[in-house]
Design a protein around this ligand. Sequence first.
Ligand SMILES: [Zn+2]
Length: 457
Amino acid sequence: MSDVMEVKFSLKVMINKQKTKVLFAEADSDFVDVLLSFLTLPLGTIVRILEKHYGDEAPAIGSLTTLYKGLANLDSDHFLVESGKQMLLNPRNSFETECRKLKLNVDDTQPTKYFTCENWNCSHLRISNIGMYYGTIRCSCGKTLKNEIIRESSQADDNGDVGVFSIKTASFIICDDLRMVPNVAGSIMETLGNLEITDTLGAELRDVTFGFNEIMDLLKGSFLSGTPLSDIILDGRQSHSVKPKSEPGMLLHQIEKEATIDSKKMILKVMVRKSTNKLLFAQAEEDFVDFLFSLLTIPLGGVECLLGSNTSLKNVDNLYTSLANINGDKYLKTKDTKTMLLKPKLPHGYISKNQIFPLTEESAPLLYYREPNFHFDVTEYLSPSDQRSGIQVSSFKTPKGEGNYVDGSRMYMVTDDLTVTPLCMTSSLSILNGLEIPLSDVKELEIHIGLEEVIYV
Ligand SMILES: [Zn+2]
């Protein structure tokens, strides 16, 4: 990928006669691949790259931004291993390999690396001593995992020349609300009809260039605007910001089906003001906090999948539904592209034992290592494909094997906007004092949180 600031996309854009609205844009597969890559971004990455790009003017993406900031402010010693916090702050994209081939990749997360014992001659089982962060985890022998090992890419020969998600020769019509259809030659009237575009009388065709800044505006707009393309293309126009619906829609039947009957329940103690029945804050143990933080690792497409493409984000719902409706055999790169994007897996080693959602992980990567000082090339496969199940990449699992991020010894305070802070008596009292609420007006309730309840988080 070349320097992101130099990348340009050309779009043909149809604007209504009054010049108040983008009716649709016509874009090539490079642009559509970038748009589809939004679905691969973990929620934590979206918060992080918007913060990085917009700085002080970064928009808040609901409670995710406060959740992310609370995480960033927690000391590393709240996590079982230091790398656990890094995994949550910089969650890996399971489409990392594909996204690296995009004309423009907004996900600047560092490529995943794997490390084995710093002693090349270590006699301990190598496949169960692999970490994803340099020197943060100890091998069974007591030394740290510092020697980088190589991941075999299954598509090493493919540099994106044939398209990343969509096929290179396809072009697409994209509406202002991110509904999208392949551009089928010869049926323009039908296409416009399907997209309910009727206001074409006197419409004006414009050539528009999108660079990195416009792509970031599009990412932001896909969350916060009702008309993201119009906002970017028609300068000086007031943004039609949309207020997200407060609750997502119905549960997918599939979730209910997939969830085990006795799905895990977490216990929260909730402080409620008696006189107003308003939630003040909740006291949570590490399991709930671990679960909340792990939401940041779920890709946007995974959220759409869990909520049946009926989230509070209309544009993203539209993009997701459009992808579901595309004839994958004809317009997408491989037969599996659509399935993989619509129901994305989390990277290997990312699902915490406190995860309630029916998510799945990728299988262990194919790893091999070369001893650096050999004159000839000696390659030992750590994970022949028929033995992958033996691989344990233990980045947030401690050597003892616990599968969670957050250490279990403390209590946390969670406010209504999902700000998480360590709980201490003085901080809870100072919140009550700050709100001028007498202790006699506060009651404590115990609630049990399971799959159905967390959908509304
Ligand atoms: Zn060792």
